[in-house]
Design a protein. Structure first.
Lengths: 199, 176
């Protein structure tokens, strides 16, 4: 048997929709890349915006995409919101971020220890894998794990107060909130994003 | 093939083309054949070199760059093309520009048989994934080929790749 603990995440106190709503509240001109799957639905549930780019594919690419955007728009704040499964597929991109490193990039991983869109199979974080430690080891010094409401509050109030890159894994309850789907047409998503940036 | 003592001129010609197209993010997984170009880009204050851990990061990185208004180029060797395939669905579905410059291995006098399968499959793999391929075999073909690919990438927008033939780069050997 794999060393996965399936029951653990069912008891986590933080709820993904509330976490994302808190992160995006009063977002102003924040640029958001939302990783495929539940993270994109969560960002959409918080309000579909032109300056949110939800991914429907390209698994493992959210952080790298956020990096390219952060380098291209050094005066804007860029937030990548993604899930643990998506992050695990692109772990190398954390080292790529650390090698630059962009001051305007924050990464939040909603870690429910599950592949939520494919039947709830455990990801490696249901076992011994610790994403914040991986981020630290990749060279992102400001990397931590949030588990409580108090920690979430300080994450939200501290967002973009310290120079990036900042990495936060937020342990969230394993659950499947109602689907709130963003637009699916990639041309529309990129056109609206660039227009909103004045490009 | 170039002798080691006299550096070829085509890497500088690629650098000039990239500048003329206002390319500023230069993402790469290195290859010996890209050494000179990477050094030229690193020395250029208008460019930012982004070393990757794997090539698909570059596809995603340049998607983000273009969303934010910057053009980029992805430098890799042919063995890295296979790593990019699923991420190219992002480029295609969102109709984003992509300019890749691929140094070919495993196609002409290759000493390492492990390079051959991906090298041989590179043009077809790219085209199956929706990337237009252009090949440069002689030094004088390099600049116009990069210019053509860049025009189609950035004025399209479309995904394009320039394949730098192994005859151009020279055959690697551990006996030098």
């Amino acid at each position: 048997m794999n060393a996965f603990t399936m029951k653990r995440a069912e008891k986590y106190g933080l709820r993904r929709r509330e976490v994302v709503a808190a992160l995006l509240k009063g977002r102003d001109d924040l640029l958001v890349i939302a990783g495929l799957g539940a993270a994109a639905w969560d960002c959409t549930a918080a309000g579909d915006r032109d300056l949110t780019f939800p991914l429907w594919g390209g698994m493992g690419g959210a952080v790298a995409m956020g990096l390219g955007l952060a380098l291209a728009q050094p005066k804007r704040r860029v937030l990548v919101v993604t899930g643990d499964g998506e992050m695990l597929m692109g772990l190398g991109s954390l080292a790529t971020v650390a090698a630059q490193p962009p001051r305007n990039l924050h990464i939040v991983v909603l870690d429910n220890e599950r592949y939520g869109e494919t039947g709830g199979q455990p990801t490696h974080t249901a076992g011994a894998t610790d994403l914040a430690k991986i981020a630290q080891g990749a060279g992102i010094a400001r990397a931590s794990t949030v588990r409580s409401a108090a920690q979430l509050k300080s994450l939200v109030s501290g967002l973009f107060r310290k120079p990036g890159p900042v990495f936060t894994a937020v342990k969230v309850r394993a659950e499947n909130p109602p689907l709130v789907l963003p637009p699916k047409d990639g041309s529309e998503l990129r056109t609206r994003f660039r227009k909103a940036l004045g490009l | 093939m170039q002798a080691r003592s006299s550096a070829p001129a085509w890497p500088a010609a690629i650098h000039r083309e990239l500048k003329s197209w206002a390319v500023c993010q230069v993402a790469h997984v290195p290859d010996a054949g890209h050494t000179q170009l990477i050094n030229l880009c690193a020395a250029d204050k208008a460019m930012r070199v982004v070393p990757l851990t794997t090539e698909e990061e570059g596809v995603a990185l340049l998607a983000g760059a273009w969303l934010g208004g910057e053009r980029g180029v992805l430098l890799m060797q042919s063995s890295g093309v296979g790593n990019c395939i699923n991420m190219l669905s992002l480029t295609r579905t969102c109709r984003l520009p992509l300019l890749a410059i691929v140094t070919m291995r495993g196609e002409f006098g290759e000493f390492n048989p492990w390079q051959v399968p991906m090298g041989r499959a590179t043009p077809q793999a790219l085209e199956l994934a929706g990337v237009l391929c252009f090949r440069a075999t002689a030094p004088e073909e390099v600049a116009p080929t990069v210019a053509a690919a860049a025009r189609m990438a950035f004025e399209g927008p479309q995904a394009t790749a320039v394949l730098l033939a192994q005859q151009l780069i020279g055959v690697k050997s551990f006996k030098q």
